[in-house]
Design a protein around this ligand. Structure first.
Ligand SMILES: [Zn+2]
Length: 197
């Protein structure tokens, strides 16, 4: 049997930045609103971020000098409505984060969808394919912990014994943003041990 875990971020990605009001480095989060300026049929659109300690706001540029005719009407309506899912989507957008020189802080909460498919038949171990719906900071350790109901030390021990294979201890803890799928092999005993089935 093959199991696929599709991991999606829940909520916003925090950004670390020096806050001019607090005068120290703080985490910033989307304040829940877009800002839009239009001039000569061109749009500038930002997502407003707020310091998590004070009310200082900082705008992250989403679109700059975008011709009005080129914006997707559905997206335009969502921006006008300060749509939550759209704000969340942009908070994880790689290109926008890079363009704004955003330094990511911490890992957002995440949700895992589990799907089973018939594959290679082996009763002793299961093939688990872990894929990220979009690039965001999350460690394989936290995903495996959540899905197998095991502690971090139990997981590390099983990686050392080979009951969880295909991943190194170093790779377990990495939170590097990546979208490539990772395949691990989990012994059936370990897979079901924490699950009350
Ligand atoms: Zn502040």
């Amino acid at each position: 049997m093959q199991v696929t875990w599709t991991v999606s971020p829940v909520g916003y990605q925090r950004i670390a930045k020096r806050c001019p009001a607090c005068n120290v480095k703080r985490d910033f989060l989307p304040a829940g609103a877009f800002r839009m300026n239009s001039q000569k049929k061109r749009l500038d659109i930002w997502s407003i971020y707020k310091c998590t300690h004070c009310d200082y706001t900082w705008n992250i540029s989403l679109f700059s000098r975008l011709p009005v005719s080129r914006i997707n009407p559905v997206l335009y309506r969502r921006i006008m409505a300060n749509d939550e899912a759209t704000l969340e989507y942009f908070s994880h957008d790689d290109q926008i984060l890079k363009r704004n020189n955003a330094v990511l802080s911490g890992s957002p909460a995440f949700h895992v969808r589990e799907q089973w498919s018939a594959g290679h038949l082996c009763n002793k171990r299961l093939k688990v394919c872990i894929r990220l719906r979009c690039a965001f900071q999350v460690s394989l350790l936290s995903v495996i912990k959540k899905q197998l109901f095991l502690s971090a030390s139990e997981i590390k021990r099983r990686v050392i014994t080979g009951e969880i294979a295909g991943v190194t201890l170093k790779e377990l803890k990495s939170t590097k943003r990546q979208t490539a799928s990772v395949v691990i092999w989990v012994s059936a005993g370990v897979f079901y041990s924490g699950r009350k089935i």
